[in-house]
Design a protein around this ligand. Structure first.
Ligand code: AIR
Length: 192
């Protein structure tokens, strides 16, 4: 069964060759804006930038706080579209209003990442990010690093709607995951 995947795997490796050499394309104009409430969120939010890098999607990254620097957060969101940004990923912990603030100040799609930085381990941030009032959506991911990685993946999927090359790479990425599961299943079954 696994051998059937061999040619596919070669194709995937060809498509994903940028994994070894850093960014795939020479494209430098950021398409994704990543913003976080504090530099202490970077360890989590790096999971979003890492996957964007794997796909060769250019991004910009900054810190802005909906509470500590509301004007900076508003300015960054308001000017995002004119900077060429198509999707915003916003991560914050505690009473996390950053993603909602982004959504208030731009019509670009917003992906929210609740950060597990508080004593409530991100449950507070999850509720604050996900419970947006009707009319102002935030696509809210899981808490912490897995959510940040998924935020990057969702941004890729959104951009791939208008980018056939990126869509092909995303398909390969999904197929690669399936191949890995096949390998794990085989290994587990053989160990029994
Ligand atoms: N935060 C900062 N301004 C508003 C909020 N909600 C969040 C950050 C971080 C947490 O507060 O997103 O997760 C703690 O920040 P710091 O700077 O004290 O480490």
């Amino acid at each position: 069964m696994l051998s059937a995947f061999a040619p596919l795997r070669e194709k995937i490796h060809a498509i994903f060759k940028f994994k070894e050499g850093g960014k795939l394309s020479a494209q430098t104009k950021p398409q994704v804006g990543i913003v976080m409430g504090s530099d202490s969120d970077l360890e989590v939010m790096k999971a979003a930038s890492d996957i964007l890098q794997e796909f060769g999607v250019a991004f910009e990254m900054t810190v802005a706080s909906a509470h500590r620097s509301p004007q900076r957060a508003a300015n960054w969101a308001t000017t995002a579209r004119e900077r060429g940004i198509k999707v915003i990923i916003a991560g914050a912990g505690h009473a996390a209003h950053l993603a909602g603030a982004m959504a208030a100040h731009t019509s670009l799609p917003i992906i929210g990442v609740p950060i597990d930085s508080s004593c409530l381990q991100g449950l507070d941030a999850l509720l604050a990010t996900v419970q947006m009032p009707p009319g102002i959506p935030v696509a809210t991911m899981a808490i912490g690093k897995p959510g940040a990685r998924n935020a990057g993946i969702l941004a890729v999927q959104i951009l791939a709607l208008a980018d056939d090359d990126l869509a092909a790479r995303f398909e390969a990425f999904k197929q690669d995951m399936a191949v890995k599961v096949e390998q794990k299943a085989k290994k587990l079954e053989e160990s029994l």
